[in-house]
Write a protein that binds this ligand. Structure first.
Ligand code: ATP
Ligand code: MG
Length: 231
Protein backbone atom coordinates (compact mmCIF):
# COMPACT_ATOMS: atom_id res chain seq x y z
CA UNK A 1 0.00 0.00 0.00
CA UNK A 2 1.02 3.61 -0.43
CA UNK A 3 0.09 6.79 1.41
CA UNK A 4 -0.49 9.97 -0.60
CA UNK A 5 -1.10 13.21 1.29
CA UNK A 6 -2.45 16.47 -0.09
CA UNK A 7 -0.90 19.40 1.75
CA UNK A 8 -0.82 23.15 1.46
CA UNK A 9 -1.07 25.32 4.59
CA UNK A 10 -3.06 27.91 2.65
CA UNK A 11 -6.82 27.32 2.65
CA UNK A 12 -8.59 26.89 -0.67
CA UNK A 13 -5.58 25.71 -2.67
CA UNK A 14 -7.57 22.84 -4.18
CA UNK A 15 -6.48 19.99 -1.86
CA UNK A 16 -9.91 18.45 -1.32
CA UNK A 17 -10.89 18.69 -4.99
CA UNK A 18 -7.62 17.12 -6.16
CA UNK A 19 -7.82 14.43 -3.43
CA UNK A 20 -11.30 13.38 -4.53
CA UNK A 21 -10.36 13.36 -8.22
CA UNK A 22 -7.35 11.17 -7.42
CA UNK A 23 -9.26 8.83 -5.11
CA UNK A 24 -12.01 8.23 -7.67
CA UNK A 25 -9.52 7.74 -10.51
CA UNK A 26 -7.41 5.24 -8.58
CA UNK A 27 -10.56 3.37 -7.56
CA UNK A 28 -11.83 3.36 -11.15
CA UNK A 29 -8.54 1.75 -12.16
CA UNK A 30 -9.22 -1.09 -9.70
CA UNK A 31 -7.20 0.03 -6.67
CA UNK A 32 -8.75 -0.13 -3.21
CA UNK A 33 -8.68 3.40 -1.85
CA UNK A 34 -9.19 4.63 1.70
CA UNK A 35 -9.59 8.39 2.07
CA UNK A 36 -8.61 9.78 5.47
CA UNK A 37 -10.67 12.96 5.66
CA UNK A 38 -8.81 15.32 7.99
CA UNK A 39 -10.34 18.47 6.50
CA UNK A 40 -12.52 20.07 9.22
CA UNK A 41 -15.05 20.94 6.50
CA UNK A 42 -15.43 17.21 5.77
CA UNK A 43 -16.30 17.71 2.09
CA UNK A 44 -15.22 14.21 1.08
CA UNK A 45 -17.18 12.63 3.95
CA UNK A 46 -20.28 14.57 2.87
CA UNK A 47 -19.65 13.56 -0.75
CA UNK A 48 -19.44 9.93 0.36
CA UNK A 49 -22.68 10.20 2.32
CA UNK A 50 -24.38 11.69 -0.72
CA UNK A 51 -22.96 9.13 -3.14
CA UNK A 52 -23.77 5.90 -1.34
CA UNK A 53 -21.43 3.01 -1.97
CA UNK A 54 -18.76 3.71 -4.57
CA UNK A 55 -16.79 0.62 -5.59
CA UNK A 56 -13.29 0.46 -4.08
CA UNK A 57 -13.65 3.62 -1.94
CA UNK A 58 -13.85 3.90 1.81
CA UNK A 59 -13.86 7.23 3.63
CA UNK A 60 -12.83 7.66 7.26
CA UNK A 61 -13.76 10.93 8.99
CA UNK A 62 -12.71 12.52 12.25
CA UNK A 63 -9.02 11.98 11.69
CA UNK A 64 -6.93 13.21 14.61
CA UNK A 65 -3.29 13.30 15.53
CA UNK A 66 -3.92 10.43 17.94
CA UNK A 67 -5.90 8.28 15.49
CA UNK A 68 -4.25 8.67 12.09
CA UNK A 69 -1.57 6.03 12.48
CA UNK A 70 -4.12 3.52 13.87
CA UNK A 71 -6.42 4.06 10.87
CA UNK A 72 -3.56 3.22 8.53
CA UNK A 73 -2.51 0.15 10.54
CA UNK A 74 -6.05 -1.17 10.77
CA UNK A 75 -6.85 -0.73 7.07
CA UNK A 76 -3.51 -1.38 5.40
CA UNK A 77 -4.28 -4.98 4.43
CA UNK A 78 -7.43 -3.97 2.57
CA UNK A 79 -6.10 -0.75 1.09
CA UNK A 80 -3.86 -0.13 -1.92
CA UNK A 81 -3.81 3.66 -1.59
CA UNK A 82 -4.51 5.87 1.40
CA UNK A 83 -5.38 9.41 0.26
CA UNK A 84 -5.13 11.96 3.06
CA UNK A 85 -6.95 15.28 2.76
CA UNK A 86 -5.63 17.80 5.29
CA UNK A 87 -6.86 21.13 6.60
CA UNK A 88 -5.34 24.27 5.12
CA UNK A 89 -3.27 24.92 8.23
CA UNK A 90 0.16 24.37 9.67
CA UNK A 91 -0.33 22.01 12.61
CA UNK A 92 0.93 18.78 14.14
CA UNK A 93 -1.41 16.65 12.07
CA UNK A 94 0.21 18.04 8.92
CA UNK A 95 3.68 17.05 10.14
CA UNK A 96 2.50 13.59 11.23
CA UNK A 97 0.63 12.89 7.99
CA UNK A 98 3.62 13.98 5.95
CA UNK A 99 5.86 11.72 8.02
CA UNK A 100 3.62 8.74 7.20
CA UNK A 101 3.47 9.51 3.48
CA UNK A 102 5.08 7.82 0.52
CA UNK A 103 4.30 10.88 -1.57
CA UNK A 104 3.14 14.40 -0.74
CA UNK A 105 1.17 16.26 -3.38
CA UNK A 106 1.18 20.02 -2.97
CA UNK A 107 -1.68 21.68 -4.83
CA UNK A 108 -0.84 25.23 -5.81
CA UNK A 109 -3.06 27.70 -7.58
CA UNK A 110 -1.45 30.16 -9.89
CA UNK A 111 -1.24 32.93 -7.28
CA UNK A 112 1.49 33.96 -4.86
CA UNK A 113 -0.49 33.33 -1.65
CA UNK A 114 -0.81 29.66 -2.55
CA UNK A 115 2.83 29.44 -3.47
CA UNK A 116 3.63 30.58 0.11
CA UNK A 117 1.43 27.85 1.61
CA UNK A 118 3.14 25.34 -0.67
CA UNK A 119 6.55 26.69 0.33
CA UNK A 120 5.73 25.98 4.01
CA UNK A 121 5.11 22.34 3.13
CA UNK A 122 8.39 22.22 1.21
CA UNK A 123 10.15 23.69 4.29
CA UNK A 124 8.61 21.00 6.49
CA UNK A 125 9.79 18.29 4.07
CA UNK A 126 13.26 19.86 4.27
CA UNK A 127 13.15 19.79 8.09
CA UNK A 128 12.21 16.10 8.09
CA UNK A 129 15.09 15.40 5.70
CA UNK A 130 17.55 17.26 7.92
CA UNK A 131 16.40 15.88 11.27
CA UNK A 132 15.60 12.26 10.37
CA UNK A 133 17.43 11.72 7.09
CA UNK A 134 14.19 10.60 5.42
CA UNK A 135 13.53 11.95 1.96
CA UNK A 136 9.80 12.03 1.33
CA UNK A 137 9.00 12.16 -2.34
CA UNK A 138 6.77 15.07 -3.30
CA UNK A 139 5.40 17.02 -6.25
CA UNK A 140 3.45 20.17 -6.89
CA UNK A 141 0.19 19.91 -8.78
CA UNK A 142 -1.05 23.14 -10.29
CA UNK A 143 -4.77 23.58 -9.68
CA UNK A 144 -7.68 25.59 -11.03
CA UNK A 145 -5.65 26.30 -14.11
CA UNK A 146 -7.41 28.21 -16.86
CA UNK A 147 -7.84 25.91 -19.84
CA UNK A 148 -7.18 28.66 -22.35
CA UNK A 149 -4.51 31.04 -21.11
CA UNK A 150 -1.37 30.85 -19.02
CA UNK A 151 -1.72 33.79 -16.65
CA UNK A 152 1.32 35.82 -15.64
CA UNK A 153 0.87 34.81 -12.00
CA UNK A 154 0.89 31.13 -12.97
CA UNK A 155 4.07 31.60 -14.98
CA UNK A 156 5.73 33.26 -11.95
CA UNK A 157 4.83 30.25 -9.77
CA UNK A 158 6.15 27.82 -12.39
CA UNK A 159 9.44 29.73 -12.71
CA UNK A 160 9.87 29.83 -8.92
CA UNK A 161 9.36 26.08 -8.64
CA UNK A 162 11.75 25.39 -11.51
CA UNK A 163 14.44 27.48 -9.74
CA UNK A 164 13.95 25.46 -6.56
CA UNK A 165 14.05 22.21 -8.55
CA UNK A 166 10.66 21.12 -7.30
CA UNK A 167 8.88 18.53 -9.43
CA UNK A 168 5.68 19.85 -10.96
CA UNK A 169 3.26 17.30 -12.41
CA UNK A 170 2.82 17.51 -16.16
CA UNK A 171 -0.93 17.38 -15.66
CA UNK A 172 -2.41 20.50 -14.07
CA UNK A 173 -5.95 20.32 -12.73
CA UNK A 174 -8.03 22.59 -14.90
CA UNK A 175 -10.81 24.81 -13.57
CA UNK A 176 -13.92 22.78 -14.47
CA UNK A 177 -17.55 22.89 -13.34
CA UNK A 178 -17.51 19.08 -13.11
CA UNK A 179 -14.92 19.20 -10.32
CA UNK A 180 -17.36 21.30 -8.25
CA UNK A 181 -20.48 19.42 -9.28
CA UNK A 182 -19.36 16.02 -7.98
CA UNK A 183 -19.43 17.48 -4.46
CA UNK A 184 -22.99 18.77 -4.96
CA UNK A 185 -24.42 15.71 -6.66
CA UNK A 186 -22.27 12.87 -5.36
CA UNK A 187 -21.01 10.01 -7.51
CA UNK A 188 -18.06 10.28 -9.82
CA UNK A 189 -17.15 12.03 -13.04
CA UNK A 190 -18.36 8.86 -14.79
CA UNK A 191 -21.85 9.10 -13.27
CA UNK A 192 -22.38 12.85 -13.87
CA UNK A 193 -24.78 13.71 -16.67
CA UNK A 194 -23.01 15.21 -19.72
CA UNK A 195 -26.24 17.06 -20.57
CA UNK A 196 -26.03 18.99 -17.30
CA UNK A 197 -22.30 19.53 -16.87
CA UNK A 198 -20.32 21.54 -19.38
CA UNK A 199 -17.11 20.04 -20.73
CA UNK A 200 -17.56 16.84 -18.73
CA UNK A 201 -15.53 14.89 -21.30
CA UNK A 202 -12.60 17.25 -20.82
CA UNK A 203 -12.84 16.97 -17.02
CA UNK A 204 -12.84 13.16 -17.30
CA UNK A 205 -9.79 13.24 -19.55
CA UNK A 206 -8.01 15.64 -17.17
CA UNK A 207 -8.75 13.35 -14.21
CA UNK A 208 -7.58 10.29 -16.15
CA UNK A 209 -4.24 11.90 -17.02
CA UNK A 210 -3.79 13.11 -13.41
CA UNK A 211 -4.53 9.61 -12.05
CA UNK A 212 -2.15 7.98 -14.56
CA UNK A 213 0.66 10.36 -13.69
CA UNK A 214 0.28 9.84 -9.93
CA UNK A 215 0.07 6.06 -10.41
CA UNK A 216 3.36 6.14 -12.31
CA UNK A 217 5.00 8.20 -9.53
CA UNK A 218 3.52 6.16 -6.68
CA UNK A 219 3.10 2.54 -7.77
CA UNK A 220 0.55 0.47 -5.89
CA UNK A 221 3.00 -1.90 -4.23
CA UNK A 222 5.95 0.09 -3.24
CA UNK A 223 8.27 -1.56 -0.75
CA UNK A 224 9.35 -0.69 1.78
CA UNK A 225 6.63 1.85 2.44
CA UNK A 226 7.30 4.88 4.56
CA UNK A 227 4.72 3.60 7.02
CA UNK A 228 6.34 0.17 7.41
CA UNK A 229 9.53 1.96 8.33
CA UNK A 230 7.75 4.14 10.86
CA UNK A 231 5.79 1.24 12.36
N1 ATP B 1 -10.18 22.35 -10.55
C1 ATP B 1 -11.20 23.05 -10.02
N2 ATP B 1 -12.24 23.46 -10.81
C2 ATP B 1 -13.26 24.17 -10.28
N3 ATP B 1 -13.34 24.55 -9.00
C3 ATP B 1 -12.34 24.17 -8.17
C4 ATP B 1 -11.22 23.41 -8.63
N4 ATP B 1 -10.38 23.20 -7.57
C5 ATP B 1 -10.97 23.79 -6.51
N5 ATP B 1 -12.13 24.39 -6.86
C6 ATP B 1 -13.02 25.16 -5.96
O1 ATP B 1 -12.20 26.01 -5.17
C7 ATP B 1 -12.64 26.02 -3.83
C8 ATP B 1 -11.49 25.53 -2.94
O2 ATP B 1 -11.14 24.22 -3.33
P1 ATP B 1 -10.88 23.06 -2.27
O3 ATP B 1 -11.97 22.99 -1.26
O4 ATP B 1 -10.57 21.82 -3.06
O5 ATP B 1 -9.54 23.61 -1.59
P2 ATP B 1 -8.84 23.13 -0.22
O6 ATP B 1 -7.38 23.35 -0.41
O7 ATP B 1 -9.25 21.76 0.12
O8 ATP B 1 -9.43 24.16 0.84
P3 ATP B 1 -9.32 24.07 2.46
O9 ATP B 1 -7.91 24.46 2.77
O10 ATP B 1 -10.33 25.06 2.94
O11 ATP B 1 -9.61 22.66 2.86
C9 ATP B 1 -13.87 25.14 -3.77
O12 ATP B 1 -14.99 25.96 -3.89
C10 ATP B 1 -13.73 24.25 -4.99
O13 ATP B 1 -14.98 23.83 -5.52
MG1 MG C 1 -10.09 21.02 1.86
Amino acid sequence: MAVITFANTKGGAGKTTAALILATELARGGARVTVLDADPQRWISSWHGLSGAIPNIEVISEITLASIQGHISENRRTTDYFVIDLAGARNSLLATAIGLSDHVLIPIQGCSMDAKGGAQVLELLGEIRRTSGIEIDHSVVLTRVNSLVTTRALQVVKDLLATRQVRVLNTPIIERAAFRDIFDWGGTLQTLDPQRVSNLDKARENARLFGDEVRRLVPMRRAPSRFSRAA
